[in-house]
Design a protein around this ligand. Sequence first.
Ligand SMILES: [Zn+2]
Length: 296
Amino acid sequence: MEAVTLVANAGWDRRILVCRCGTLVDTWIVVTERFVVLVDTMDGPESAAALLDLARPHLSGRQLLVVNTHAHWDHVWGNQVFAGPQALHPAPIIATRACAAQLASGEAATTLAEMQGKDPAGFAAVRLTPPTVLFDGALRIEGGDLTLELLPAPGHADDQVVVWIPEIATLLAADAVELPFPFAESATALPVIRATLTTLAALDAGTALYCHAPETAGPDLIQANLAYFQTLEERCRAALAADATADPPADADVEALVGFPFAELRPLGQAVTQPEFYRPGHRQHIRLMLRWLAGG
Ligand SMILES: [Zn+2]
């Protein structure tokens, strides 16, 4: 496990704590009058226990609630700290019904087995623990001074929600927005991911925080993500119009094929910090966009 640290406040409301697990993920603790809300539980029980330690000074007189934004492993594998036989601090874990179904699926178990095979020390202790309070659509948590509106944000994952806090115009965007882009897992997810970005942009957030982007990126990153998918569509459309194949062979240089090199991606003027992760993602997006434009 990478160390979990508190990120120095760079100007956002002081009731929001930004928690960082190394280079893996940022999550949040929101301290309201009634509740302390942990948004996501990171990658395992050790990380989640560290989150609990960060929350503990605020728990006097407040109920702990846990929210899962979506079922990807770096967001929910610490759930066992809050539910089940090993829970250090039992608390309701709130998520969409789809998130719960994902975590109970064979796919989640396969992912865990694969990760345990690759890194036994890192993941041996993880027990998949589904959320316990389930909803469809949207949900409001009335914290007293702050309201947490859990809003559907599909595309990157069908089960995903983001957290909008209207009193302070603050968006906790989970993986709906990333630097340089959020990941689409299928061709049909492309329009969904863009519709979600448009919805989030319309919130006109004063502060936006992300699980996979610097805490200083700000709300402009939402428009930058929209621009990325717009450019992706334009370049792929032009390539298809010039008779490029919609189904390039596995060894094809698809960046060259559509004229959209990864090196061109500098959202907000920032270099991409994990190219080993995002470059394959960009290439995959090109293939998905070609397929989507070609109608298949
Ligand atoms: Zn994710």
